[in-house]
Design a protein around this ligand. Structure first.
Ligand code: NAP
Length: 305
């Protein structure tokens, strides 16, 4: 059992910024992270819209720098998956997979969100065999191979452009005839010589014997179907919040995001939420970091009173 003033659950931009602020306020801080610091940002090739880095900075580098900065002021970062949380004798008890317990007087939830599955036949079976959700992790396996990207948001465009480093042809399959991505990424993707677009179309099946060989496409306007040859399918169709471990402990909205007040306090006093896990959060690194700061200051005020 380990006791601290504050426990931060999740080591993405929100959690690491919260940790920087609470540890600089001399509150003992433990940050519990399931996988690796940085969260989704660590899987991003290049971050171009975080102020102060006019040339951009790799997702891995900024994640590592944020972790080092929080540790410099005393944050203890532990790689543990949180499985549950409860309140006992006025303190919060955080449970992890190994049944060990962590105790704190205040908690900041910052577990973010995870990629969404397409839920079509073949997807599960061929994940890691041509189906991927991370261009930075897997792109290099697709040198000189044709790739399909599913989705029309910022992730699909940014990661699709990244994949053209390896692939001679990246075909974006999008269910509408308009992209959701920001104009700058749309421009880059639509004008990229190695990127092609198939509009108003859904991927309904991913096929292949041991490795991806094709996808079935269905035009949602004409209902025409076609088999489309490809060796890779990268899926970027949004995210769902990582709130399963909360099990009704704090109030969630219908989509599973944590509800907070303007001070980022959840329905349970002493528990705060920051970043993508939070209802209404803007899904950008800079705003998630801003929320991490806000939650840290609110938690500090809660502990002082
Ligand atoms: P997103 O903005 O929610 O876009 C998801 C895309 O997938 C949409 O085009 C959506 O289509 C499509 N989609 C959703 N469910 C689908 C399904 N079942 N089948 C087929 N297509 C489906 O998600 P995101 O691109 O991952 O971005 C998430 C957030 O992170 C956004 O706020 C984004 O701005 C931010 N982000 C920013 C950057 C950057 O600033 N460089 C980079 C990455 C992400 P519809 O358009 O028809 O709904």
């Amino acid at each position: 059992m380990k006791e601290s003033n504050i426990i931060i659950i999740g080591g993405g931009g929100a959690g690491l910024t919260a940790a920087l602020y609470t540890s600089r306020a001399k509150l003992s801080t433990v940050l519990l992270e399931k996988l690796a610091s940085g969260g989704q940002i660590a899987l991003t090739d290049i971050v171009e819209n975080y102020p102060g880095f006019p040339e951009g900075i790799t997702g891995q580098e900024i994640s590592q720098r944020m972790e080092n900065q929080a540790k410099r002021y005393g944050t203890e970062v532990l790689y543990q998956e949180v499985t549950g949380i409860e309140k006992k004798n006025g303190k919060f008890v955080i449970k992890i997979a190994s049944d060990e317990e962590f105790i704190a007087r205040a908690v900041i939830l910052a577990t973010g969100a995870s990629y969404r599955n397409l839920e079509v036949p073949g997807e599960k079976e061929l994940t890691g065999r041509g189906v991927s959700y991370c261009a930075t992790c897997d792109g290099a396996f697709f040198k000189d191979k044709e790739i399909v990207v599913v989705g029309g948001g910022d992730s699909a465009m940014q990661e699709g452009i990244f994949l053209t480093r390896f692939s001679p042809k990246v075909t974006v399959v999008h269910r509408r005839d308009k992209l959701r991505a920001s104009p700058i990424l749309q421009d880059r993707a639509l004008n990229h010589p190695r990127m092609k677009f198939i509009w108003d179309t859904a991927v309904t099946h991913i096929g292949g014997d041991k490795k991806v060989q094709n996808v079935k496409l269905n035009n949602l306007k004409t209902n025409q179907t076609q088999d489309f040859r490809t060796e890779g399918v990268f899926i970027f169709i949004g995210h769902d919040p990582n709130t399963g471990f909360l099990k009704g402990f704090v109030e969630l909205d219908q989509k599973g995001y944590v509800k907070t007040d303007l001070k980022l306090q959840t329905s349970v006093p002493g528990i705060f939420a920051a970043g993508e896990i939070r209802q209404g959060a803007v899904q950008q690194l800079v705003s998630c970091c801003g929320e991490g700061c806000e939650a840290a200051l609110a938690a500090q005020a809660y502990l002082e009173h």
